[in-house]
Design a binder for this molecule. Sequence first.
Ligand SMILES: *Cc1c(COP(=O)(O)O)cnc(C)c1O
Length: 479
Amino acid sequence: MNEPTTGEGWPRERILAQLAALQAHDLPAHGGRTLAYVYDSGLAEADAVGLEALAMFAASNGLDPTAFPSLLTMENDLVGRAGRLLDAPDGFVGTVTSGGTESVLLAILAARGSRPEVTAPSMVLPTTAHAAFHKAAHYFGVRRVLVDVDPVTYRADPDAMAHAIDETTVLLVASAPSYAHGVVDPVPQIAAAAAARGVRCHVDACIGGWVLPFLDDAPPWSFAVDGVTSISVDLHKYAYTPKGASLLLHREPGLRRAQYFASADWPGYTMLNSTVQSTKSGGPLAAAWAVVHHIGDDGYRRLVREARDATLALADAIDAMPALSVVARPDTTLLTVATDGTCDVFTLADEMLARGWFVQPQMTYRSMPPTLHVTLSAATAPSVPDFLVALHDAVAAAQQAGPVAVAPELAAMTAALDPTTLDDTAFDTLLQVAGLAGADGRLALPERMAPVNALLDVAPPAVREALLLAFLDRLSRPA
Ligand SMILES: *Cc1c(COP(=O)(O)O)cnc(C)c1O
Protein backbone atom coordinates (compact mmCIF):
# COMPACT_ATOMS: atom_id res chain seq x y z
CA MET A 1 0.00 0.00 0.00
CA ASN A 2 1.33 3.43 -0.91
CA GLU A 3 1.69 5.99 1.88
CA PRO A 4 0.16 9.37 1.03
CA THR A 5 2.75 11.99 0.08
CA THR A 6 0.64 14.99 0.95
CA GLY A 7 -0.89 16.17 4.18
CA GLU A 8 -4.55 15.59 4.79
CA GLY A 9 -5.40 19.21 5.53
CA TRP A 10 -5.41 22.15 3.17
CA PRO A 11 -3.67 21.80 -0.21
CA ARG A 12 -0.49 23.76 -0.89
CA GLU A 13 -2.18 26.27 -3.23
CA ARG A 14 -4.71 27.22 -0.60
CA ILE A 15 -2.02 27.63 2.05
CA LEU A 16 0.12 29.86 -0.17
CA ALA A 17 -2.87 31.96 -1.18
CA GLN A 18 -3.81 32.40 2.45
CA LEU A 19 -0.26 33.35 3.45
CA ALA A 20 -0.12 35.94 0.68
CA ALA A 21 -3.46 37.35 1.82
CA LEU A 22 -2.18 37.61 5.40
CA GLN A 23 1.06 39.21 4.29
CA ALA A 24 -0.79 41.87 2.30
CA HIS A 25 -1.54 43.67 5.61
CA ASP A 26 2.14 43.82 6.63
CA LEU A 27 4.58 46.62 5.98
CA PRO A 28 6.53 45.80 2.81
CA ALA A 29 9.93 44.24 3.61
CA HIS A 30 11.26 45.15 0.18
CA GLY A 31 11.17 48.23 -2.01
CA GLY A 32 12.97 50.63 0.34
CA ARG A 33 9.89 52.46 1.66
CA THR A 34 9.81 50.91 5.14
CA LEU A 35 12.38 52.95 7.06
CA ALA A 36 12.58 50.89 10.25
CA TYR A 37 12.41 47.15 11.05
CA VAL A 38 13.64 45.96 7.64
CA TYR A 39 16.88 46.29 5.70
CA ASP A 40 16.88 45.91 1.96
CA SER A 41 20.02 45.58 -0.14
CA GLY A 42 17.96 45.86 -3.32
CA LEU A 43 19.96 42.91 -4.68
CA ALA A 44 17.53 40.26 -5.88
CA GLU A 45 20.20 37.59 -6.23
CA ALA A 46 21.44 38.13 -2.66
CA ASP A 47 17.88 37.73 -1.40
CA ALA A 48 17.39 34.59 -3.48
CA VAL A 49 20.57 32.85 -2.33
CA GLY A 50 19.77 33.75 1.28
CA LEU A 51 16.34 32.19 1.03
CA GLU A 52 17.74 29.04 -0.59
CA ALA A 53 20.25 28.63 2.22
CA LEU A 54 17.53 29.35 4.79
CA ALA A 55 15.41 26.55 3.37
CA MET A 56 18.33 24.11 3.01
CA PHE A 57 19.26 24.38 6.70
CA ALA A 58 15.84 25.11 8.25
CA ALA A 59 15.67 21.68 9.86
CA SER A 60 19.34 21.43 10.87
CA ASN A 61 19.92 21.80 14.60
CA GLY A 62 22.63 24.02 16.04
CA LEU A 63 22.12 22.29 19.39
CA ASP A 64 25.05 19.95 18.76
CA PRO A 65 27.92 21.21 16.60
CA THR A 66 29.36 17.70 16.34
CA ALA A 67 26.15 16.40 14.79
CA PHE A 68 25.92 19.31 12.32
CA PRO A 69 29.54 20.31 11.68
CA SER A 70 28.41 22.41 8.70
CA LEU A 71 26.88 24.89 11.12
CA LEU A 72 30.03 25.13 13.21
CA THR A 73 32.11 25.74 10.08
CA MET A 74 29.79 28.51 8.91
CA GLU A 75 29.66 30.06 12.39
CA ASN A 76 33.45 30.15 12.72
CA ASP A 77 33.73 31.55 9.23
CA LEU A 78 31.29 34.39 9.94
CA VAL A 79 32.95 35.16 13.27
CA GLY A 80 36.35 35.21 11.58
CA ARG A 81 35.15 37.52 8.87
CA ALA A 82 33.53 39.86 11.39
CA GLY A 83 36.69 39.87 13.50
CA ARG A 84 38.66 41.24 10.56
CA LEU A 85 36.07 43.98 10.00
CA LEU A 86 36.08 44.83 13.72
CA ASP A 87 39.88 44.96 14.08
CA ALA A 88 39.82 42.07 16.54
CA PRO A 89 43.25 41.01 17.84
CA ASP A 90 44.60 37.46 17.49
CA GLY A 91 42.77 35.06 19.76
CA PHE A 92 39.36 36.77 19.62
CA VAL A 93 36.25 34.58 19.69
CA GLY A 94 32.56 34.98 18.90
CA THR A 95 29.14 33.44 18.62
CA VAL A 96 26.30 33.71 16.13
CA THR A 97 23.07 34.51 17.97
CA SER A 98 19.45 34.96 16.93
CA GLY A 99 19.53 38.77 17.01
CA GLY A 100 20.86 41.93 18.59
CA THR A 101 18.90 41.50 21.77
CA GLU A 102 20.32 38.00 22.30
CA SER A 103 23.86 39.28 21.63
CA VAL A 104 23.35 42.03 24.23
CA LEU A 105 21.78 39.61 26.74
CA LEU A 106 24.74 37.28 26.41
CA ALA A 107 27.32 40.07 26.75
CA ILE A 108 25.72 41.05 30.06
CA LEU A 109 25.34 37.44 31.19
CA ALA A 110 29.05 36.90 30.53
CA ALA A 111 30.02 40.11 32.35
CA ARG A 112 27.88 39.28 35.36
CA GLY A 113 29.02 35.67 35.46
CA SER A 114 32.68 36.68 35.46
CA ARG A 115 32.22 38.55 38.75
CA PRO A 116 30.46 36.05 41.05
CA GLU A 117 31.84 37.88 44.10
CA VAL A 118 29.67 40.92 43.27
CA THR A 119 26.36 40.10 44.93
CA ALA A 120 24.34 43.00 43.49
CA PRO A 121 25.96 43.70 40.10
CA SER A 122 25.28 46.84 38.10
CA MET A 123 26.11 48.28 34.67
CA VAL A 124 26.64 51.87 33.59
CA LEU A 125 24.51 52.81 30.58
CA PRO A 126 24.13 56.02 28.63
CA THR A 127 20.43 56.96 28.53
CA THR A 128 20.53 56.37 24.78
CA ALA A 129 21.54 52.69 25.10
CA HIS A 130 19.15 50.31 23.38
CA ALA A 131 16.19 48.89 25.33
CA ALA A 132 17.84 45.45 25.01
CA PHE A 133 20.08 46.50 27.94
CA HIS A 134 17.02 47.18 30.07
CA LYS A 135 15.70 43.76 29.11
CA ALA A 136 18.99 42.19 30.19
CA ALA A 137 18.81 44.09 33.49
CA HIS A 138 15.31 42.72 33.99
CA TYR A 139 16.19 39.13 33.05
CA PHE A 140 19.49 38.85 34.86
CA GLY A 141 19.02 41.13 37.86
CA VAL A 142 21.77 43.55 36.88
CA ARG A 143 21.00 47.04 38.20
CA ARG A 144 21.02 49.86 35.62
CA VAL A 145 22.96 53.00 36.37
CA LEU A 146 21.66 55.41 33.72
CA VAL A 147 23.85 58.35 32.81
CA ASP A 148 22.50 61.32 30.87
CA VAL A 149 24.05 61.95 27.46
CA ASP A 150 25.30 65.31 26.22
CA PRO A 151 22.13 67.39 25.63
CA VAL A 152 23.47 68.87 22.38
CA THR A 153 25.31 66.01 20.66
CA TYR A 154 23.30 63.13 22.16
CA ARG A 155 26.61 61.30 22.71
CA ALA A 156 27.39 59.51 25.96
CA ASP A 157 29.24 61.54 28.60
CA PRO A 158 32.41 59.55 29.44
CA ASP A 159 33.32 61.60 32.52
CA ALA A 160 29.88 61.15 34.04
CA MET A 161 30.05 57.44 33.19
CA ALA A 162 33.47 57.15 34.85
CA HIS A 163 32.06 58.79 37.99
CA ALA A 164 29.16 56.33 38.01
CA ILE A 165 31.48 53.30 38.32
CA ASP A 166 31.58 51.69 41.76
CA GLU A 167 32.54 48.30 43.21
CA THR A 168 29.31 46.74 41.89
CA THR A 169 29.93 47.76 38.24
CA VAL A 170 30.47 44.78 35.93
CA LEU A 171 30.04 46.56 32.57
CA LEU A 172 30.13 49.90 30.77
CA VAL A 173 28.23 50.31 27.51
CA ALA A 174 28.73 52.47 24.42
CA SER A 175 26.67 52.52 21.22
CA ALA A 176 28.08 52.63 17.70
CA PRO A 177 25.76 54.21 16.80
CA SER A 178 22.75 54.67 19.09
CA TYR A 179 19.50 53.54 17.52
CA ALA A 180 17.44 56.59 18.48
CA HIS A 181 19.85 59.35 17.39
CA GLY A 182 22.33 57.64 15.09
CA VAL A 183 25.46 58.96 16.78
CA VAL A 184 28.56 57.02 17.86
CA ASP A 185 29.48 57.44 21.53
CA PRO A 186 33.06 58.42 22.48
CA VAL A 187 34.21 54.80 22.67
CA PRO A 188 37.91 55.45 23.47
CA GLN A 189 37.10 57.52 26.56
CA ILE A 190 34.40 55.13 27.79
CA ALA A 191 36.59 52.06 27.25
CA ALA A 192 39.51 53.77 29.01
CA ALA A 193 37.31 54.64 31.99
CA ALA A 194 36.20 51.01 32.18
CA ALA A 195 39.71 49.61 31.82
CA ALA A 196 41.05 51.94 34.51
CA ARG A 197 38.66 50.28 36.97
CA GLY A 198 39.09 46.74 35.64
CA VAL A 199 35.54 46.72 34.23
CA ARG A 200 34.41 45.32 30.88
CA CYS A 201 33.24 47.60 28.07
CA HIS A 202 30.67 46.45 25.53
CA VAL A 203 30.22 48.33 22.26
CA ASP A 204 26.70 47.87 20.90
CA ALA A 205 27.30 48.03 17.15
CA CYS A 206 24.16 46.03 16.37
CA ILE A 207 23.06 48.54 13.76
CA GLY A 208 26.40 50.08 12.77
CA GLY A 209 28.81 47.18 12.92
CA TRP A 210 28.44 46.24 9.26
CA VAL A 211 28.45 49.90 8.14
CA LEU A 212 31.26 51.61 10.08
CA PRO A 213 34.03 49.31 8.73
CA PHE A 214 33.22 50.48 5.21
CA LEU A 215 33.18 54.22 5.98
CA ASP A 216 36.30 56.30 5.50
CA ASP A 217 35.38 58.83 8.20
CA ALA A 218 34.16 56.51 10.98
CA PRO A 219 34.98 57.57 14.53
CA PRO A 220 36.93 54.98 16.59
CA TRP A 221 34.57 52.28 17.83
CA SER A 222 36.07 48.79 17.26
CA PHE A 223 38.49 46.39 18.99
CA ALA A 224 41.21 48.76 17.75
CA VAL A 225 40.20 50.78 20.83
CA ASP A 226 41.96 49.53 23.97
CA GLY A 227 39.58 48.42 26.68
CA VAL A 228 36.73 47.33 24.40
CA THR A 229 36.03 43.77 25.56
CA SER A 230 33.00 42.78 23.46
CA ILE A 231 31.02 44.02 20.45
CA SER A 232 27.58 43.07 19.14
CA VAL A 233 26.85 43.31 15.41
CA ASP A 234 23.61 42.28 13.75
CA LEU A 235 23.85 40.43 10.46
CA HIS A 236 20.11 40.77 9.90
CA LYS A 237 20.47 44.54 9.73
CA TYR A 238 23.18 45.98 7.47
CA ALA A 239 24.65 42.65 6.33
CA TYR A 240 21.19 42.37 4.70
CA THR A 241 20.71 38.73 5.74
CA PRO A 242 17.34 37.13 6.56
CA LYS A 243 16.08 37.72 10.10
CA GLY A 244 17.53 35.72 12.96
CA ALA A 245 21.30 36.35 12.81
CA SER A 246 23.61 38.51 14.90
CA LEU A 247 27.15 38.23 16.25
CA LEU A 248 28.69 38.68 19.68
CA LEU A 249 32.48 38.97 19.61
CA HIS A 250 34.80 38.89 22.63
CA ARG A 251 38.39 40.11 22.64
CA GLU A 252 39.60 36.81 24.15
CA PRO A 253 38.13 33.39 25.04
CA GLY A 254 38.18 33.94 28.81
CA LEU A 255 35.69 36.79 28.41
CA ARG A 256 33.20 34.43 26.78
CA ARG A 257 33.38 31.70 29.39
CA ALA A 258 30.40 32.77 31.51
CA GLN A 259 28.22 33.16 28.41
CA TYR A 260 28.25 29.38 28.02
CA PHE A 261 25.94 26.97 29.80
CA ALA A 262 26.18 23.24 30.40
CA SER A 263 23.96 20.87 32.30
CA ALA A 264 24.68 17.21 32.89
CA ASP A 265 22.32 17.24 35.85
CA TRP A 266 19.55 15.19 34.27
CA PRO A 267 19.29 11.76 32.61
CA GLY A 268 19.30 12.96 28.96
CA TYR A 269 22.08 14.39 26.76
CA THR A 270 24.43 16.86 28.36
CA MET A 271 22.98 20.20 27.34
CA LEU A 272 25.78 22.39 26.07
CA ASN A 273 24.78 25.86 24.85
CA SER A 274 26.57 28.96 23.65
CA THR A 275 23.33 30.96 23.33
CA VAL A 276 19.91 31.35 24.94
CA GLN A 277 18.35 28.92 22.50
CA SER A 278 19.19 25.25 22.72
CA THR A 279 17.61 23.67 19.67
CA LYS A 280 18.21 26.33 17.06
CA SER A 281 17.53 26.32 13.38
CA GLY A 282 20.56 26.28 11.12
CA GLY A 283 18.55 28.33 8.62
CA PRO A 284 19.38 31.90 9.68
CA LEU A 285 23.06 31.06 10.15
CA ALA A 286 23.35 29.41 6.72
CA ALA A 287 21.40 32.26 5.14
CA ALA A 288 23.73 34.80 6.74
CA TRP A 289 26.78 32.87 5.57
CA ALA A 290 25.36 32.74 2.03
CA VAL A 291 24.45 36.42 1.80
CA VAL A 292 27.70 37.66 3.36
CA HIS A 293 29.73 35.67 0.85
CA HIS A 294 27.49 36.61 -2.06
CA ILE A 295 27.62 40.37 -1.43
CA GLY A 296 31.30 40.36 -0.47
CA ASP A 297 33.41 43.19 0.94
CA ASP A 298 33.33 45.22 -2.27
CA GLY A 299 29.58 44.82 -2.45
CA TYR A 300 29.13 46.00 1.14
CA ARG A 301 31.43 48.95 0.51
CA ARG A 302 29.24 50.02 -2.42
CA LEU A 303 25.96 49.45 -0.52
CA VAL A 304 27.27 51.44 2.46
CA ARG A 305 28.34 54.30 0.21
CA GLU A 306 24.89 54.39 -1.41
CA ALA A 307 23.04 54.35 1.90
CA ARG A 308 25.43 56.86 3.48
CA ASP A 309 25.25 59.31 0.56
CA ALA A 310 21.46 59.04 0.62
CA THR A 311 21.44 59.70 4.37
CA LEU A 312 23.56 62.84 4.08
CA ALA A 313 21.57 64.12 1.10
CA LEU A 314 18.35 63.59 3.01
CA ALA A 315 19.78 65.23 6.12
CA ASP A 316 20.71 68.34 4.15
CA ALA A 317 17.33 68.51 2.43
CA ILE A 318 15.47 68.07 5.74
CA ASP A 319 17.55 70.71 7.47
CA ALA A 320 16.57 73.10 4.68
CA MET A 321 12.86 72.60 5.49
CA PRO A 322 11.68 75.30 7.95
CA ALA A 323 9.42 72.97 9.95
CA LEU A 324 11.96 70.17 10.34
CA SER A 325 15.44 69.72 11.74
CA VAL A 326 17.93 66.88 11.91
CA VAL A 327 18.53 66.23 15.59
CA ALA A 328 22.16 65.10 15.26
CA ARG A 329 24.46 64.95 12.28
CA PRO A 330 24.28 61.23 11.34
CA ASP A 331 27.43 59.16 11.94
CA THR A 332 26.14 56.26 9.81
CA THR A 333 22.88 55.67 7.94
CA LEU A 334 20.30 56.59 10.59
CA LEU A 335 18.51 59.91 10.60
CA THR A 336 16.53 61.48 13.45
CA VAL A 337 14.14 64.31 12.69
CA ALA A 338 12.34 66.77 14.96
CA THR A 339 9.58 69.27 14.11
CA ASP A 340 9.04 72.88 15.13
CA GLY A 341 5.80 74.00 16.78
CA THR A 342 3.80 74.11 13.53
CA CYS A 343 3.32 70.34 13.35
CA ASP A 344 4.09 67.16 15.29
CA VAL A 345 6.00 63.99 14.52
CA PHE A 346 3.05 61.69 15.18
CA THR A 347 0.81 63.34 12.60
CA LEU A 348 3.75 63.49 10.23
CA ALA A 349 4.29 59.72 10.59
CA ASP A 350 0.60 59.11 9.80
CA GLU A 351 0.79 61.42 6.78
CA MET A 352 3.92 59.65 5.50
CA LEU A 353 2.26 56.24 5.91
CA ALA A 354 -0.73 57.49 3.94
CA ARG A 355 1.79 58.29 1.17
CA GLY A 356 3.34 54.81 1.30
CA TRP A 357 6.34 55.51 3.55
CA PHE A 358 6.86 54.10 7.02
CA VAL A 359 8.92 56.27 9.37
CA GLN A 360 9.07 55.41 13.06
CA PRO A 361 7.86 57.84 15.73
CA GLN A 362 10.04 58.06 18.87
CA MET A 363 8.51 59.51 22.03
CA THR A 364 9.67 62.16 24.44
CA TYR A 365 12.28 60.77 26.81
CA ARG A 366 13.84 62.80 29.62
CA SER A 367 14.88 66.08 27.95
CA MET A 368 14.82 64.55 24.45
CA PRO A 369 12.01 65.72 22.18
CA PRO A 370 9.77 63.36 20.21
CA THR A 371 11.33 62.55 16.84
CA LEU A 372 11.01 60.48 13.69
CA HIS A 373 13.52 57.68 13.17
CA VAL A 374 14.64 56.93 9.63
CA THR A 375 16.82 53.90 8.83
CA LEU A 376 18.17 54.14 5.30
CA SER A 377 19.13 50.96 3.50
CA ALA A 378 20.75 50.79 0.11
CA ALA A 379 17.40 50.06 -1.56
CA THR A 380 16.05 53.43 -0.39
CA ALA A 381 18.87 55.43 -1.99
CA PRO A 382 17.33 55.78 -5.47
CA SER A 383 14.03 56.94 -3.91
CA VAL A 384 15.34 59.88 -1.88
CA PRO A 385 13.72 62.42 -4.28
CA ASP A 386 10.36 60.58 -3.98
CA PHE A 387 10.73 60.52 -0.22
CA LEU A 388 11.30 64.26 -0.14
CA VAL A 389 8.22 64.94 -2.28
CA ALA A 390 6.16 62.85 0.15
CA LEU A 391 7.75 64.58 3.13
CA HIS A 392 6.98 68.08 1.81
CA ASP A 393 3.36 67.07 1.23
CA ALA A 394 3.16 65.36 4.62
CA VAL A 395 4.51 68.44 6.41
CA ALA A 396 1.99 70.64 4.63
CA ALA A 397 -0.85 68.31 5.64
CA ALA A 398 0.39 68.07 9.22
CA GLN A 399 0.67 71.86 9.47
CA GLN A 400 -2.83 72.21 8.06
CA ALA A 401 -4.13 69.85 10.76
CA GLY A 402 -2.01 71.54 13.44
CA PRO A 403 -0.17 69.73 16.23
CA VAL A 404 -2.22 66.89 17.69
CA ALA A 405 -3.58 67.92 21.09
CA VAL A 406 -4.24 65.83 24.16
CA ALA A 407 -7.09 67.10 26.32
CA PRO A 408 -5.44 68.64 29.42
CA GLU A 409 -7.53 66.62 31.88
CA LEU A 410 -6.65 63.39 30.02
CA ALA A 411 -2.97 64.32 30.03
CA ALA A 412 -3.08 65.09 33.75
CA MET A 413 -4.84 61.80 34.48
CA THR A 414 -2.32 59.82 32.42
CA ALA A 415 0.66 61.49 34.03
CA ALA A 416 -0.70 60.72 37.49
CA LEU A 417 -1.42 57.01 36.89
CA ASP A 418 0.36 54.49 39.08
CA PRO A 419 0.46 51.42 36.83
CA THR A 420 1.26 49.09 39.73
CA THR A 421 -2.14 49.70 41.30
CA LEU A 422 -4.26 49.12 38.19
CA ASP A 423 -6.30 45.96 37.65
CA ASP A 424 -7.47 44.43 34.38
CA THR A 425 -10.74 46.34 34.30
CA ALA A 426 -8.91 49.62 34.75
CA PHE A 427 -6.60 48.73 31.87
CA ASP A 428 -9.58 47.89 29.67
CA THR A 429 -11.02 51.33 30.42
CA LEU A 430 -7.69 53.01 29.79
CA LEU A 431 -7.16 51.24 26.47
CA GLN A 432 -10.58 52.47 25.46
CA VAL A 433 -9.80 56.03 26.58
CA ALA A 434 -6.47 55.88 24.74
CA GLY A 435 -8.30 54.93 21.54
CA LEU A 436 -6.91 51.41 21.37
CA ALA A 437 -10.16 49.58 21.98
CA GLY A 438 -13.64 49.81 20.54
CA ALA A 439 -16.78 50.21 22.65
CA ASP A 440 -17.15 46.42 22.91
CA GLY A 441 -13.73 46.25 24.57
CA ARG A 442 -12.15 44.51 21.59
CA LEU A 443 -9.00 46.03 20.22
CA ALA A 444 -9.46 48.31 17.29
CA LEU A 445 -6.36 50.03 15.98
CA PRO A 446 -7.38 53.43 14.66
CA GLU A 447 -6.52 54.44 11.12
CA ARG A 448 -4.51 57.36 12.46
CA MET A 449 -2.13 56.65 15.31
CA ALA A 450 -1.29 60.28 16.14
CA PRO A 451 -3.92 60.74 18.90
CA VAL A 452 -2.81 57.48 20.57
CA ASN A 453 0.87 58.32 20.25
CA ALA A 454 0.34 61.85 21.55
CA LEU A 455 -1.40 60.48 24.63
CA LEU A 456 1.34 57.92 25.21
CA ASP A 457 3.88 60.68 24.71
CA VAL A 458 2.63 62.62 27.75
CA ALA A 459 2.65 59.46 29.89
CA PRO A 460 5.72 58.64 31.97
CA PRO A 461 7.68 55.67 30.58
CA ALA A 462 6.36 53.29 33.27
CA VAL A 463 2.76 54.14 32.31
CA ARG A 464 3.61 53.77 28.61
CA GLU A 465 5.06 50.35 29.31
CA ALA A 466 2.08 49.23 31.38
CA LEU A 467 -0.48 50.42 28.82
CA LEU A 468 1.32 48.86 25.89
CA LEU A 469 1.81 45.59 27.78
CA ALA A 470 -1.92 45.52 28.49
CA PHE A 471 -2.48 46.21 24.80
CA LEU A 472 -0.12 43.37 23.77
CA ASP A 473 -1.79 41.03 26.23
CA ARG A 474 -5.17 41.65 24.63
CA LEU A 475 -3.77 41.48 21.08
CA SER A 476 -2.16 38.13 21.73
CA ARG A 477 -5.19 35.98 22.27
CA PRO A 478 -6.58 33.27 20.01
CA ALA A 479 -9.60 34.33 17.98
C1 LIG B 1 18.45 46.63 16.63
C2 LIG B 1 19.32 46.97 17.78
C3 LIG B 1 19.41 46.13 18.90
C4 LIG B 1 18.51 44.92 19.10
O1 LIG B 1 18.54 44.05 18.03
P1 LIG B 1 17.36 43.05 17.65
O2 LIG B 1 17.95 42.33 16.50
O3 LIG B 1 16.16 43.88 17.32
O4 LIG B 1 17.10 42.16 18.82
C5 LIG B 1 20.31 46.48 19.87
N1 LIG B 1 21.05 47.59 19.78
C6 LIG B 1 20.97 48.44 18.72
C7 LIG B 1 21.83 49.66 18.67
C8 LIG B 1 20.09 48.15 17.69
O5 LIG B 1 19.98 48.98 16.66
